[in-house]
Structures are given as structure tokens and as C-alpha cells.
Design a protein. Sequence first.
Length: 447
Amino acid sequence: MNAPALRIALRELRGGLKGFRIFLLCLALGVAAIAGVGSVRMAIQAGLSADGAELLGGDAQLSFTYRFADVEERAWMASVAEQVSEIADFRSLVATTGPEEGRERSLAQVKAVDGAYPLYGQVGLEPAIPLEEALAMRDGLPGLVAERILADRLGVGPGDILRLGVQDFELRAILTREPDPSQAGFGFGPRVIATMEGLAGAELLGEGTLFNSSYRLRLSPDTDLEALRAEARAQFPDSGLRWQDRRNGAPEVAQFVDRLGAFLVLVGLAGLAVGGVGVSAAVRAYLEGKVETIATLKTLGAGAGTIFAIYLIQIGVLGLLGVALGLALGAGVPLLFAPLLASNLPVPADFGIYPAPLIEAALYGLLTALIFTVWPLGRAVDVRAARLFRDVTERGRSLPRLPYLALVALLTGGLVAIAARFSGVPQLALWSAAGIAAALLALAIAA
């Protein structure tokens, strides 16, 4: 390292942060936004991973379309699992009873369950009664539970009679929580839960009807899920079964979180690019106040490399300070509001301090600060020593010299590569490059 440049840089820093408040603010806010988004995304991913079995409703699930499992498939599932739960899911109209002209009807998403449901978690009901009691046969009528929105839409409550297909059911409780929400998918109506036996007389699950069936398996903890998956597909190669297990209990949710996270990181990078213009303006204003100092250093024999190193060290130290402030905000705010966020998220989240998003945000911040610092700094090193002795009015270079332009391009390429590596979305990297290039073009036009 250039020792004289380091000594001069540290001495000049003793003058304080005057002129760099905007620099620090732009950098800290951009880094905080990216770090915060990344921390929340990691918390959700950790929650999904920890609660994969509950979100799925079992350690593994085999699904079929428009049919139930046959005898051979059921026998295989019973041989490998400690417990099996059979579920059917379909859409149907739910209607009130009474005179035809006075009936209310609503489309509902019906889940038919057996006595083993749920293998994991608990169903939330209001009033708080066991699910088995809520769905049991009583006074000749099977029971069902439904979400409040359906009860309000039909103007009914617990104790009232509803019709599904050609079968009457008694509404026993309001459904407040499903233990396997990730398996609900896209529903066309409020959720209703009834038993397979109760729906047997409704004529809604017969041959030719449209429904999906799934079989949740409770497995021993030491089960090799990948080997079991391969065995299932080898045993029933043409059955059309779909396999899912606790390793990725909520794939749709995980994919949505990843895409939303990538989009929000893009927003954060756009904010950093916009903030980079502020960074560049702050650096340019600071260097304009150092014209006489730079000219003096050149008079004393300092080369362009030494002057570049002096001010790059100063701005680098301040950049590290801005990034540190941003990381503290980005990691601290999600932790501070963790209880509020966790209670409002539809999926579990395990909030904590995760290094990966903080490292990602720090790299984005440092590279952005360098990109928008090298540009004005590369122009500042062209200050001539003659500025000390006479008023030089000729125009300076509007663009930095070629080596500095090459350095800016290299740093921009590094930022794009990091964006592509962390996000896994190539479009994100391209948009990052486009945003920074547009900001640099704006600087060139302003120059």
C-alpha cells in the first residue's frame, strides 16, 4: 500500500464528514433496503424448511388427478408409511335448505378428509371443538366446517343445515385455521371440510367427477426420502402420480418468495443506482473543494496514482461506514418488527441474523460506491499544478481517462455478476447493468 497516500488520507479525514452526509445517507438507505429484503426472505425460507412437514400435511405426499389410488398403490403406501391420510379436493356449490326461491348458494372449495387427518398440526375451529366431533354423524346428519366468509355469505352459523350435492350437512363450527395451507392452492371459493363418509351420499366423488386426491404419509424419521421417491416412480411408472415431500413442503410459496425477493432486490438496486448519482455529486463537490490541495500535492511531486489513492482511501473509509450503517438497519429493523411481521405473514418465518443477505447487500453497496466514485475521481486527478499560480479557465476533461473508464466498466461487470449469482434471475443482472449505465450516462451528459 502507498504509505504516504494512507497518511495524508487519514489526516484529511480528521476534518470530519462535512459534505458527505448525502453520500452516507444514499449509501446506507440503499444497502439497508437490500439487506432488509434479503433478511426477510431468508427468514421465510428458514421457516418453510423447518415446518415443511406441517405445511405439506405429511412427510411425503402422492397425488392423483380425477381418481383415487388403486388397491396396489394403497398397499404400497401402507407398507412404507407409519400412517396414511387420504384427502380429496374439489369445487362444489354449497346451498342453504328451505324453499327453492329463498335458497342462498355459493361456490366453495371442498376438502374431503378421513379419520387420520391431519397427520401434523391442528385444525382451528370456532367454537373450539375437536375436528372429529365437528365432522361426526349426529341425528342422521354428517357435519362440516366452513370458513367464516362462506357462513357470512350464506347468512348461516353453527347449527344450521347446508346442502352439498344431494346431501344435507350440519354446519358445526367455523374454520379459522388449516394446518396445511400450502396445499390449498388457488381456490375458487371459501374452504369447506367434510368427511369422505359424509360425502359418500352427496354424489360428488363418483366416477366422471372432477377432483384431485392426495395421500399424506407419516414416515419414520430415518426414511431416505429420495430413495422412497425413486421407488414410488419405479413401482408405478405410468400411474400419473405426483410426488412431494417435506424437503420442499410449499414449493409454490417458496417460488413466490424467491421471485418477490428478486423483484425487491431489483428495486433496491435501482435505489442504489439513483443514490449513486447522489454519491457521485457528493464526491464531485468534495473534490472541487480540494482543487488547491491536489494542485499543491502535484507541485510537491505527487503523481496521479498517489492522488487517486489518497481520495479513494478517504471515500472508501466513508463508504465502509455507510455500508455498515445500512447493514445495521437492514438486519435490525426486521428483528425489531419480527413479532408483527410473523403474525401477518401467511407462512412461518424464523427471524434472525443471516450472513448471506448481509454480504450480498454489502457487496452491492461497496461496488456502487466505487463505481460512482471512480468517475469524478478520475476527472479530479487531471487538475494541473498551474491552478495554484494563475486562474486556469480552460475546460477540463468531460470524461475520465481510459483506465478509469475501464475500471468503472470492470466494477459494473462485477456488480452484474453478483446480482446474477445471488438472485438466480438473469433479467435482474441485465436490469442492474442497464440502471447503472443509465445513471453513468446521466453523469456524462451533466459533465
